[in-house]
Design a protein around this ligand. Structure first.
Ligand code: F6P
Length: 499
């Protein structure tokens, strides 16, 4: 039985985008919003005034405000794991005790950054950061986006257990000028521990004096790091209440702090704090993560869109789509609510995407003329990331805006259906002043809160990820007990690979 708010939402008419614009001269200013260095434009979505009102009623019905307050207060809203979710405390927002604890840990992190800069660990030119999932995607995005001009250190972020990934880093680095950052919240993840061990072996084989003295552990399990051989002075802990995919603000961001410098890392945190305050305090009618969540739910549940595409029209943000895949799909890819009952409809859409303009020449055909309706998100920066001819940036932005216009307006062609464009296809645009640490911090925090807002409105817990466990358990049992008792297909594959 759908709730009263969902019944009301489903009953509302959904006019065409062009009709919505024609009917409301104020549409643009009503559906655009500036938050710090970011500007959001939802005007090319199907959210009408009536739909927005109905979604605000859903927010009341699901006690969205209460859930948000519980998030910032440090209550145990991750009920299945009986934990708080305190990534905002890393940015100075939230429960006072947790904020103070995070500040103390950041001071420790800063001291180690300073010590490495002062060559306390010997001359360092390279950093190998091993970690996976949330322990790699965030630092990778930040270093790739912001570390292009100033190369203080050469950083390789290695996640895959496929040795080809680590070998590529080992081949280009000098073992005598490399430090190893082992990033793992649990300090037990198979891929990370194997990559860490192989890096240590590489140092040993090269005759590095005291390889374990070159290791820095970034973890919420310091005892395990110590047992593995890392000296306490080089362990940078973070709180158990910071989830893996929300952890780049903690010591997991260490390679970013080292490569970009501490000031840049602090600006990243400040940018995120701008979004924290906005999400917590802005009126629901002008609250960016909440409005974005309304659009997400509308397309997932009313229009039955199974996917959502994100295109960064900026090479610096090329890793954003893969970062968002974990954030959104690992958080909200659930079938039950926080109380264990079945969800009321589809939850997280499949997040995918790429960079513009490359994607225009690869996947946009389907977006314009295919049978799937895919809500598209365009992200662009007003300032370019390079010093080449301004024609590059102008062409980039012109293309970005042209795609949104084309998706919406379409083009009839009664004589030739193959050349007709249906139009009425939704998009959102997010414009950054520039890809600075502050703007990137605000952008990532926007996505975190949008993910939370979606979860709150669907009444699910976005902070656990039990779905990843079964495959891990089966892999472990094959490793430990050998291949027994599996289906014929799995047995044959194991046999063929000679495992
Ligand atoms: O397998 C999923 C996961 O638990 C992610 O949620 C997490 O970001 C990743 O593995 C890495 O975990 P850890 O930081 O404990 O190594």
């Amino acid at each position: 039985m759908p709730s009263p708010s969902w019944t009301a939402i489903h009953a509302l008419p959904v006019p065409e985008l062009k009709t919505i614009f024609d009917a409301d001269a104020d549409r643009l200013w009503k559906m655009t919003l500036s938050v710090g260095p970011l500007r959001f434009d939802w005007s090319k979505t199907h959210l009408t005034d009536d739909l927005l009102n109905a979604f605000h009623a859903l927010a009341l019905e699901t006690d969205f405000a209460g859930r948000r307050e519980a998030l910032f207060a440090g209550e145990k809203i991750n009920n299945t794991e009986e934990r708080a979710a305190e990534h905002s405390a890393e940015r100075g927002e939230g429960n006072a005790q947790s904020v103070a604890a995070a500040k103390a840990l950041h001071s420790r992190m800063r001291a180690l950054v300073d010590a490495i800069e002062a060559e306390a660990l010997g001359p360092v030119r390279h950093i190998i950061h091993v970690g996976i999932g949330g322990s790699a995607l965030g630092p990778n995005l930040i270093v790739d986006a912001l570390g292009r001009d100033e190369k203080r250190y050469d950083v390789a972020i290695v996640s895959n257990v496929d040795g080809t990934a680590l070998e590529a880093a080992l081949d280009r680095f000098d073992p005598h000028a490399t430090i190893l950052a082992v990033a793992s919240k649990t300090f037990t993840t198979t891929e990370t521990m194997l990559n860490a061990a192989s890096t240590i072996n590489w140092m040993i084989e090269a005759g590095v004096d005291d390889p374990y003295g070159k290791v820095i552990a970034l973890t919420a399990a310091p005892d395990k790091a110590m047992a593995w051989g890392v000296d306490e002075t080089r362990i940078l802990p973070f709180s158990e209440t910071v989830g893996g995919r929300y952890s780049l603000w903690s010591s997991i961001g260490f390679p970013a702090a080292l490569a970009l410098g501490w000031d840049a890392f602090e600006s990243l945190l400040e940018g995120a704090a701008i979004m924290d305050r906005h999400f917590r305090l802005a009126d629901p009618t002008a609250n960016a993560p909440l409005i974005a969540a309304f659009a997400d739910l509308f397309y997932a549940r009313v229009m039955a869109c199974q996917t959502r595409a994100v295109f960064a029209y900026d090479e610096r943000l090329r890793l954003l789509p893969s970062y968002l895949q974990q954030l959104e799909m690992e958080s909200n890819g659930k079938s039950v609510k926080a109380d264990g009952s079945p969800v009321d409809g589809p939850t997280s859409p499949i997040t995918w995407g790429g960079v513009g303009t490359d994607a225009q020449h690869a996947v946009f055909q389907l977006l314009h003329q295919g049978t799937h309706i895919v809500p598209v998100e365009f992200i662009a920066s007003i300032e370019p990331g390079h010093a080449l001819d301004p024609a590059h940036h102008r062409t980039l932005l012109v293309n970005c805006f042209a795609q949104g216009a084309a998706l919406m307006q379409g083009k009839a062609n009664p004589d030739d259906p193959a050349r007709a464009y249906p139009g009425n296809r939704p998009s959102t645009t997010i414009l950054l002043d520039d890809v600075t640490p502050q703007a990137l911090g605000a952008l990532i925090a926007f996505y975190e809160h949008r993910t939370f807002a979606n979860a709150a409105l669907m009444e699910i817990n976005p902070f656990d990820q039990f779905g990843v466990e079964l495959g891990k358990q089966i892999a472990k049992s094959i490793e430990q007990d050998g291949p027994t008792g599996f289906d014929p297909s799995t047995m044959a594959l194991i046999d063929l690979a000679g495992l």
